[in-house]
Design a protein around this ligand. Structure first.
Ligand code: PLP
Length: 361
């Protein structure tokens, strides 16, 4: 009998929500934080064109994509690594810099895949408490132990949507020992109104990496492209595991064109924020507790886990799938991705009717 290695056998499967529609029914997924709007037309054209030379391997070193990212963000192209989604960069970073006997630390409600990647690397995973659904740097620092090798910060957070200011990130970095890697996951960074470039500068210290993705505001989740800024010494190690050829030709061309179309990206960002603000205001008017989100989703808190489960079933019966939060130990919450404006109004309306029937207990 073939057995997985003990640390893998001990892990739970990474659970994704079931968004498949029953036969004959239309089901709208608001569960995966995908973009409500399609990719830039330039990205669609470039990706389609590149497919015509799909018999060739992509150029080593993500050459054009790195150029596009470096131009737009005023970075050195050499500092950039790309891969099949930022999940792949998270996974490789963990494998590269943590292993058996090491600890990976994150905040209480951090993106669930961080834990999976840490455990898959054979490391232990620990979480520091949050305050009001927001990362607490004091709590993170208090949880650091001698075995802590990586501290992860997701900003803005998933599933909370909240963010911490740059000054707090600097305080975290300043307070950590130099041999502790700080991994800053900015999958939703473009949605924030604080100029993110300043976190990029932290990578110059040699012990910090910043990750971004094309899956959210660039609307290319299905293309699977993530990128990160890695200091030279870390990059050398990463490349041993990553290789330089981890993004398909079509995905690379689409992502490079999307990056060069900043006006379109800003438009997606503004429209998503507008819809989110309207949706959150509607829910708060109904009396729901919704943390301030700086992303393309909102976390909705119900009176109990049972109420959240009832609301989830009601919405599914009406054709909408939200994300249950059991995985994040928030069974009294549902997370709603911001989708079409009319769907967001419909979900708010359905929850309003549901409340009037006295269901939120
Ligand atoms: C915080 C965070 N990081 C990383 C990812 C992974 O994104 P990608 O599609 O680039 O692998 C997600 C996806 O939802 C996310 O929410």
């Amino acid at each position: 009998m073939i057995r997985a290695r003990p640390h893998v056998a001990a892990m739970d499967a990474y659970a994704l929500p079931d968004v498949s529609a029953p036969a004959g029914k239309r089901l709208i997924s608001l569960a995966l934080n995908e973009s409500a709007l399609p990719p830039s037309p330039n990205a669609i054209a470039a990706g389609s064109k590149a497919l015509a030379s799909g018999q060739l391997y992509a150029a080593e070193g993500w050459s054009d994509l790195r150029d596009a990212i470096a131009e737009v963000h005023d970075l050195n192209r050499e500092d950039i690594l790309c891969s099949g989604g930022s999940m792949a960069l998270i996974e490789t970073t963990m494998r590269c810099f943590a292993g058996p006997g090491d600890r990976v630390l994150a905040s209480q409600y951090s993106y669930a895949f961080l834990r999976v990647a840490a455990l898959a690397a054979g490391a232990e995973y620990a979480a520091a408490p949050e305050v009001d659904f927001t990362v607490s740097i004091d709590a993170l620092l208090a949880a650091v132990q001698p075995a802590t090798r990586i501290v992860c910060l997701v900003n803005p957070g998933n599933p909370t949507g909240t963010r911490i200011p740059y000054s707090e990130i600097v305080r975290l970095r300043d307070s950590l020992d130099d041999d502790v890697l700080l991994l800053i996951d900015e999958a939703y960074g473009e949605f924030t109104d604080q100029p993110a470039e300043r976190t990029f500068e932290l990578t110059e210290r040699g012990n910090t990496v910043v990750l971004r993705t094309f899956s959210k505001v660039y609307a290319l989740a299905g293309m699977r492209v993530g990128w990160g800024i890695y200091p030279a010494a870390l990059r050398r190690e990463m490349l041993k595991l990553l290789g330089g050829n981890t993004v398909s030709v079509a995905a690379e061309a689409a992502a490079a064109a999307a990056m060069r179309d900043q006006a379109y990206m800003r438009g997606v960002c503004n429209e998503t924020s507008r819809r989110r603000q309207r949706f959150v205001a509607q829910l708060r008017d109904l009396g729901f507790d919704v943390p301030e989100s700086h992303t393309n989703f909102a976390l909705i808190r119900f009176a109990s886990a049972e109420a959240a489960g009832r609301a989830d079933r009601m919405l599914r019966a009406e054709g909408y799938v939200l994300r249950g939060m059991g995985l994040y130990a928030l069974p009294d919450c549902l997370r709603a991705t911001i989708g079409d404006a009319k769907d967001m109004d419909a979900v708010a309306g359905l929850l309003g009717d549901w409340l009037k029937e006295g269901n939120n207990t």
